[in-house]
Design a protein around this ligand. Sequence first.
Ligand SMILES: O=C(CO)[C@H](O)[C@H](O)COP(=O)(O)O
Length: 229
Amino acid sequence: MNQNEQKQHAAQVALARIQDHMTVGLGTGSTAAYFIKALSKRVHEEDWQLTTVATSKESAELARSLGLRVQDIDDVAAIDVTVDGADEVDPNLDGIKGGGAALLFEKVVALRSKKNIWLVDESKLSPRLGSFLLPIEVIEFGAQQVYRTLVHMNLHPRFRMKNEEERRYTDSGHQIIDVDLSQQNDLPALARQLKAITGVVEHGLFLGICDEVIIGSQPIKTLTRPREA
Ligand SMILES: O=C(CO)[C@H](O)[C@H](O)COP(=O)(O)O
């Protein structure tokens, strides 16, 4: 199975975790899009009363175009489960997200969800996080100053570009600086350091957030986080 087939396969398997009347968080990216399409089909076939919350304008538009009910996160009492993709996942179910520049909304939704499921193809699995550049979302004002701080932290930053001249902006009007984790040994400490930089809004390290990873290989594989006692 190629990567897209694995993403589609994982999306199909994730449907078994969804029930009528749930509030479902919708991730962003190509894998999340496969899930949104599969979910809308199931909702129409079964005549489910489902509510969704989207993690980007792109996913909200796709979901609405397919007839799903999309609510503002502030208008739902709870999110039962969020299904998203990921850029890199390690054996502890920690991961890097934000390749699609939606990390801020993705983290807001994930942290308000009772359960988080990531759908990946095998290429996203890694024994140690760091092959994918870590996205850091920064406000525009003083972005160059934050960039300098990241240089001093030995993170080899680079602004994400939309094209040769223009920087990439997120749905919230922020910029993205991608950094290199290959020299970093203590990711929880780095996550704390990054959050403490004024001007940084969020980073794409999702540590201790994901409950289940569905790998769309044939046969399907899943990784689950052991429940804390
Ligand atoms: O974090 C994300 C968007 O911000 C995506 O989940 C991640 O980039 C994976 O994307 P894809 O499913 O297209 O491989």
